[in-house]
Write a protein that binds this ligand. Structure first.
Ligand code: ADP
Length: 420
């Protein structure tokens, strides 16, 4: 196996990608100190990266690293925006201290709610991870909200999610996904149903608000929000809606001066900060994005090192209530006088189980009544493996053994072919 050592000067980073579809790469810190997206590496411990990983190992004071396994695009970069990212963290930390002081005086206050925006592939998720890791390393307990439904890192594509971050991200696997708060959207772009997307964002914001009121440490630590790379027209409007719903204090704009100027103009009462993207951020093609989405679902069921074992079992269709959210829009002239387009977008449409559902992901809603479906979070997701219309049973893949914890399900547009 190929093995190579790299000697890094202070303030530089080693960048690499894991080549191919099979082999993994091990990274070891031989000497000095280094971090991967804000998580410190332990000395002499091999960290394993899987195919598709694009990694930067940064050092503030210099280090020696060893890589074993097939990598590509491997080089050491001396130009990185890390000092600016660290300064941003320091500003957020000042706001957290301020909030701490206020809270101990009994004031109704909280730490900074920060939102990271920018086009696709500028390192938004990575910056969120760095800021969250730095916060946890200072003893904070921030909340991470991921509103990127296409390439998000909580649950599966088509959802928005939130996590309480209690530990730095695992170097290879990211943040621990224990008990995330997940809302099902069911499409891959907010454009598919803006009305529903905004409702879910507002709902998430209200839930997080409550969580902060109940926990002083969490309240002082604040929130970091990752957003979609859709920043034009309706996408821009939805960003301003997120800022409003979460009562955001700081917006970090990565890479796009135009977006920065628009936000400064339109939301003058929020602090808007411009930061450059890292030269290391790797652009992804449409097909890379699609396969990343597939990988996320596979990881949801099987874990990264096939450490989970999902269950497949049959469910009687008569025990399930399946709904789709949003009815096809009718021309204005056909709509009842008292009905608006928005009503269509949030309409619950009962779905008859049929072979058409095969390969679709269904969200298992925590709603007890169908009326609450829209604004209830979800327990998890099942994938329809097969449907027997004669016997009226459906075979599903589930992270949990049977029975299903709830029987009100939401049909999503997201599909998954289980080849494992
Ligand atoms: P966005 O959220 O804006 O779409 P990401 O943060 O997901 O962008 O970054 C895109 C890809 O680039 C990810 O795979 C990430 O691991 C990689 N990446 C980010 N920063 C660096 C860097 N400094 N060096 C190498 N790869 C990086």
């Amino acid at each position: 196996m190929s093995e190579k050592e790299f000697r890094l000067d202070p303030d530089s980073e080693l960048r690499f990608e894991v080549e191919g579809k099979q082999d993994t790469v091990d990274l070891t810190l031989v000497n000095g100190k280094a971090e991967v997206f804000g998580t410190e590496l332990a000395p002499d411990k091999p960290y394993t990266f899987f195919p598709g990983a694009k990694v930067a190992v940064f050092t503030w004071h210099g280090c020696v690293l060893k890589l074993s396994g097939p990598t590509e695009g491997t080089y050491v970069a001396k130009e990185t925006p890390m000092v600016m990212y660290l300064n941003t963290h320091a500003c957020l930390e000042r706001l957290r201290r301020h909030a701490d002081e206020g809270l101990s005086r009994g004031e109704d206050t909280r730490g900074p709610v920060t939102m990271v925006v920018g086009p696709g592939d500028v390192g938004k998720s990575t910056l969120c991870r760095i800021l969250l890791n730095y916060a946890v390393r200072m003893g904070r307990r921030p909340i991470f909200v991921d509103l990127d439904i296409g390439q998000g890192s909580i649950a599966i594509p088509g959802t928005i999610g939130a996590l309480l971050v209690e530990r730095a991200a695992d170097v290879g696997e990211g943040f621990s996904q224990e008990a995330p708060l997940v809302y099902n959207f069911g499409h891959l772009s907010p454009a598919s149903n803006m009305t529903l997307y905004n409702i879910l964002v507002s709902r998430m914001a209200a839930t997080i608000q409550d969580k902060m009121v109940g926990n002083r440490k969490v309240a002082a630590s604040g929130v970091v929000i990752n957003t979609c790379g859709w920043i034009k027209n309706e996408g821009y409007k939805s960003l301003t809606h997120v800022a409003q719903a979460f009562e955001v204090d700081v917006i970090i704009v990565l890479d796009q001066e135009r977006l920065y100027n628009e936000l400064v103009r339109d939301i003058p009462f929020i602090r808007v900060v411009f930061l450059p993207k890292s030269g290391g951020v790797v652009e992804r093609t449409q097909s890379m994005r699609a396969s990343a989405r597939d990988d996320r679902i596979r990881e949801y069921y099987y874990g990264l090192r096939t450490k989970y074992h999902p269950h497949s079992f049959e469910v009687k269709m008569s025990t399930l209530q399946i709904y789709k959210i949003g009815a096809p829009a009718l021309p204005d002239s056909c709509m009842p006088a008292d009905m608006k387009v928005d009503d269509h977008m949030t309409k619950l449409v009962p779905v008859e189980p049929s072979v058409k559902l095969k390969h679709h992901m269904l969200a298992v809603s925590l709603a007890t009544e169908p009326e609450d479906l829209l604004t209830s979070n979800v327990a998890g997701f099942i994938c329809v493996l097969d449907v027997d219309e004669d016997l009226k049973v459906m075979k599903v893949l589930s992270p949990q053994p049977k029975p299903l914890p709830k029987t009100i399900l939401i049909l999503t547009e997201i599909q998954f072919m289980d080849s494992s």
